[in-house]
Design a protein around this ligand. Structure first.
Ligand code: NAD
Length: 386
């Protein structure tokens, strides 16, 4: 089959890197034919870097999609536009890969998913590149094969998304309700919230505390603690921030048959010789320990670590393209985008209302609360979207 012709909408920091993945020949079954951006500066960049390679520039996503130059589109604009552009692309028969997060609020993504489900002939994917990380993939295998046993607890402290004020000042849409739709939950953490549910499943109840503008002049949250409960009685804690330095990135999942810890690019699985529930049924000692052994996986080589970050996104684009060409199973189906976003929206809603939130969330209540914050932002002297 001919190569899949791609158009990239939004060629800012991330979109331009995606362009380079194509122009450096890293996407085996895909080729870049068109790009789109509304910024004159990005147009100049495209003319300088892509025009000679036959890549056409558009300043309007509909013109790119309608041009017939692309079979697939990769959407790398700010978040609110993801479902809007994706729905248009799918309606015009283009395979669609969206950047994370799927969008800002679940209602738009539920509608997008319902629409995408009417187009089963089109591939719909999301850039959850961390699903290609071999440590998380091994954790997924331990969960899915039952080796970890029934989950009791899942805790993630991910406070190493350090972002100084200069970061928030760089792009007009960052750090605002109107431009971004949230802070660390919606921008940095979609990866972890996706993996949190990919490995731990969906919680049934969430109580969240999302602190706005801690040590930063921003309108959105950058310090979050959330407690969750699961249908089987398991509990979870998710902690994140962008102002801790040095930060921590530690994921722990406790199961009946062992415990997974991922930290410092190393996974340690402590596998019990006998499931805790089985041990407990017959044990007579007051403070025993259960015999166990450890399985360790790490990404230790400098090259492997550096390559891993760049290769993750390339891996998702190759997988998406191969799914179109030869049906390779999708690593990150677009429909999954709503799951992490539901957790994110629930943490916000709980924090805003001061109450625990049952899942599925009240989508209209979330939108009403978000709109309140956008209106306050507009009226205040705080940062506006430029
Ligand atoms: N997967 C990852 O690891 C990862 C990393 C960084 C960013 N992202 C995501 O990529 C997206 C873009 O982030 P970024 O850092 O590149 O932002 P950016 O601001 O650098 O780039 C966004 C670009 O989109 C353009 N744009 C805005 N509205 C548009 C429209 N309607 N049509 C066409 N172009 C439009 C802007 O002019 C800008 O050039 C965000 O969703 C972000 O969360 C993902």
């Amino acid at each position: 089959m001919e190569k899949v012709r791609f158009g990239i909408v939004g060629i800012g920091k991330m979109g331009s890197l995606h362009c380079l993945r194509f122009t450096h020949g890293l996407i085996k079954n895909g080729t870049l034919t068109a790009v789109c951006d509304i910024s004159p500066e990005r147009k100049e960049w495209a003319e300088k870097n892509l025009k000679a390679k036959g890549v056409e520039f558009f300043d309007d996503y509909k013109s790119l999609i309608d041009s017939g130059k692309a079979d697939a589109v990769l959407v790398a604009t700010p978040h609110y536009d993801h479902p809007v552009i994706a729905t248009y692309a799918l309606s015009k028969g283009l395979h669609t890969l969206i950047e994370k997060p799927a969008g800002v609020y679940t209602k738009a993504i539920r509608e997008l998913n319902e629409y995408a489900a009417t187009k089963p002939e089109l591939t719909f994917g999301i850039m959850y590149n961390q699903r290609t990380n071999k440590l998380y993939r091994f954790a997924k295998e331990l969960v899915e094969t039952g080796r970890l046993g029934e989950m009791k607890r899942i805790n993630w402290i991910i406070t190493n998304w350090y972002r100084p004020q200069a970061y928030y000042n760089q792009g007009g849409w960052r750090g605002t309700w109107a431009g971004e739709g949230g802070g660390v939950l919606i921008n940095q953490c979609p990866h972890q919230l996706d993996l949190f549910q990919w490995l731990g499943g969906m919680p049934s109840m969430i109580r969240g505390y999302a602190k706005v503008g801690r040590n930063r002049d921003i309108n959105v949250e950058n310090d979050v603690t959330a407690y969750m409960e699961y249908p089987n009685g398991a509990t979870g804690v998710f902690i994140t921030s962008t102002h801790d330095f040095p930060g921590t990135n530690r994921l722990e999942i406790d199961g009946d048959k062992g415990k997974i810890v991922i930290e410092n690019n190393k996974l340690v699985f402590t596998e019990l010789e006998v499931a805790e529930s089985v041990f407990n049924a017959t044990n007579k000692k007051f403070m025993p320990s259960i015999p166990s052994h450890k399985i360790v996986k790490r990404m230790s080589k400098v090259g492997e670590l550096a390559m891993n970050v760049f290769a993750q996104h390339t891996g998702i684009i190759n997988n998406f393209t191969n799914h179109i060409v030869n049906g390779e199973p999708l690593i990150a189906p677009g429909a999954d985008g709503i799951r992490g976003l539901t957790i994110s929206n629930a943490i916000h809603l709980s924090s805003w209302t001061g109450e625990a939130v049952e899942l599925p969330i009240d989508e209209d209540k979330f939108i009403a609360e978000l709109e309140k914050r956008k209106a306050e932002e507009k009226e205040s002297s705080k940062k506006k979207v430029q």
